[in-house]
Design a protein around this ligand. Structure first.
Ligand SMILES: [Fe+2]
Length: 454
C-alpha cells in the first residue's frame, strides 16, 4: 500500500483519564470515485495504534488494533482511557506496512488541580485564501489543548481570491463524497497537520461545515436534511470526536473541565437553532444550570459567534442577525445567570476583537459581567470593516485588529491572559508571528498589557 497517512494524525476530547486518537487512511486524498474515498479499496483495513509516555515509545506502552471501515471513509477513532491526569503522551498508527507520524497529546488536569491551563483558540481557515502559517506557530507553542470555533472547512465554491487553488473539486459541495474531498483537501496542509500533532483539539462547528448561515433543519426539505447529514458524517470522520452521528444528528455541546480552574462549555450554535432560539431549550438549560453550579474559577464559553452587542454604523442592518445580536433574549438569559469568571471565546468575523460583556449593553455604566475574546481567522479574508468606527459606537468593545492569527491563552487561579498572535501575510509561506496585544482579566473587566495594534 502507498502511504495511507496523507491526512496526518490527531487527538482530542481530553478527559483527566483519557483522550481520543484519530487518523484517516487515504492513499490518494482527492480521489474522484465516490465508491473509493481517499483512493482506498472498499474493504476493512487493520490499523495498529500505540501510545506511550515518551516519543520513542519505550515507557508505559499501550497498543491495540482497530479496523478502518469503508463506511466511515477509513477514519479511525480510538478511545484510550486509564491514563494519568495532566500528562503528556505520544501516539502513532501503523497500517499497510506504513507508519504514521508521531503525535503528542495530553490529558486534562486532575479534578482537584489548581495548575494554570494553557490553551489556544483558532477558527476560519478558508483554504484558497492563504497558507496556514499561523498553525505552524501555534504548533510550536504546544498548548495543553486547542479549541477550534468553526469554519474548519468552507462548503462554498472556490473564492475569487485564490492564493492556492482547491484543486480538482472547486465547486460548492453538497454530497457526502464532496464533503470528504473538501476535508481531505484541507487536511493535506502540513501546518494544519502539525497543529493537530502538537496538542489535543476540542472542536465545534459554525455554518460553513454545512452551508453558509444555515439554521437547524434549514428549510426542512428532505434535500437539506440529507445534505446536513452528509456534512455531519464527514465532520465526524475528520475530527477526533467521542460521539458519532445518529439519525443525521450529532451531539456537539459538551464541557471539558480542567481542575478547579476552567470549565470549557463548548456550544453548538447551528444544529438546534431556529428563528426563535440560537441554542434550543435543552442546550440553554444545560448551559445555564452549569453556569450556576460549575465549581471552577473560570466559566468559559467556547463558540463561534460574536457574543457582545456590536452596532455597525452605516446602512442597516446595523446589528447582524446571524450573530448573538439576532438572539438578544437568549443572550440576556445567559448573562442574567451572573456567572463569576465568565469568559466568552468566539470567531466568525475574520477580524480580532476584545470587549467587556455588560449587564445592559446600551448603558456603559452598567455592571461588567464577563469578557469576550474574538479570534480573527487562520487564513480567511475579512470583510471591509471600519474597526475604529465600530469601537467608537460600542464603548464596551476595547480592541480591534485586522490581521490573521489565533489566541494564545492561559487560565490560572488569579488571572486569565489572552495574547493575540498574528501573521502579517498569508499569501505566501514563512510569515513570522507577533503578539499584537495581550489582555489580562481578573474576572471584573479587561486590562490591556501590551499593544502594537493597527
Ligand atoms: Fe469564517
Amino acid at each position: 500500500m502507498a502511504n495511507p497517512f496523507t491526512l496526518g494524525v490527531a487527538s482530542g476530547e481530553p478527559l483527566p483519564d483519557g483522550v481520543m486518537l484519530w487518523t484517516r487512511l487515504a492513499v490518494d486524498p482527492l480521489h474522484a470515485d465516490p465508491r473509493r474515498p481517499g483512493g482506498m479499496s472498499p474493504r476493512a483495513v487493520d490499523v495498529r495504534w500505540q501510545l506511550a509516555e515518551d516519543e520513542r515509545f519505550t515507557r508505559g506502552l499501550r497498543q491495540g488494533q482497530i479496523q478502518a471501515l469503508p463506511l466511515s471513509a477509513h477514519s479511525v477513532h480510538v478511545r484510550v482511557d486509564g491514563l494519568r491526569a495532566g500528562a503528556d503522551y505520544y501516539y502513532r498508527f501503523r497500517a499497510g506496512g506504513q507508519q504514521s507520524p508521531v503525535g503528542r497529546t495530553r490529558t486534562a488536569d486532575d479534578p482537584a488541580s489548581t495548575r494554570t491551563v494553557r490553551f489556544a483558540v483558532a477558527d476560519c481557515q478558508r483554504y484558497e485564501h492563504g497558507y496556514y502559517t499561523a498553525y505552524q506557530h501555534l504548533a510550536a507553542e504546544r498548548p495543553d489543548v486547542v479549541f477550534h470555533v468553526g469554519d474548519y472547512v468552507y462548503e462554498s465554491r472556490q473564492s475569487a481570491r485564490v492564493v492556492r487553488p482547491l484543486g480538482p473539486v472547486p465547486g460548492e459541495i453538497a454530497k457526502l463524497h464532496e464533503y470528504r474531498q473538501r476535508y481531505a483537501r484541507y487536511k493535506t496542509d502540513p501546518d494544519l497537520q502539525a497543529a493537530h500533532a502538537a496538542a489535543p483539539w476540542v472542536t465545534t462547528w459554525d455554518d460553513h461545515e454545512v452551508l453558509d448561515n444555515y439554521r437547524g433543519r434549514g428549510d426542512g426539505s428532505e434535500a437539506f436534511l440529507k445534505r446536513r447529514a452528509a456534512a455531519y458524517q464527514a465532520y465526524y470522520e475528520h475530527q477526533p470526536l467521542r460521539v458519532r452521528p445518529q439519525n443525521g444528528n450529532l451531539q456537539m455541546y459538551r464541557r471539558r473541565t480542567y481542575g478547579v480552574i476552567a470549565d470549557f462549555m463548548v456550544l453548538d450554535v447551528r444544529q438546534h437553532r431556529n428563528a426563535a432560539t440560537m441554542l434550543g431549550s435543552a442546550q440553554e438549560q444545560w448551559l445555564i444550570s452549569r453556569l450556576h453550579t460549575s465549581p471552577v474559577r473560570w466559566r468559559v464559553l467556547v463558540q463561534p459567534l460574536f457574543f457582545a452587542r456590536r452596532f455597525v454604523p452605516g446602512p442597516p442592518p446595523n446589528l447582524r442577525p446571524d450573530s448573538w445580536d439576532g438572539h438578544q433574549d437568549q443572550r440576556a438569559r445567559i448573562l442574567a445567570a451572573r456567572a463569576t469568571g465568565l469568559v466568552v471565546f468566539s470567531g466568525d468575523v475574520h477580524n480580532a476583537w476584545a470587549g467587556e460583556l455588560k449587564a445592559d449593553f446600551l448603558d456603559p455604566g452598567s455592571a461588567t459581567v464577563g469578557v469576550e475574546f474574538v479570534a480573527s481567522a487562520i487564513s480567511s479574508m475579512p470583510p471591509e470593516t471600519d474597526g475604529e468606527a465600530v469601537l467608537a459606537a460600542n464603548p464596551h468593545l476595547k480592541f480591534f485588529d485586522a490581521r490573521r492569527g489565533y489566541l494564545a491563552c492561559s487560565a490560572g487561579p488569579e488571572e486569565l491572559r489572552v495574547a493575540y498572535r498574528a501573521v502579517d501575510f498569508v499569501d505566501k509561506r514563512g510569515a513570522p508571528v507577533r503578539t499584537v496585544a495581550e489582555f489580562v482579566t481578573d474576572g471584573s473587566g479587561l486590562t490591556l498589557e501590551n499593544s502594537s495594534s493597527k
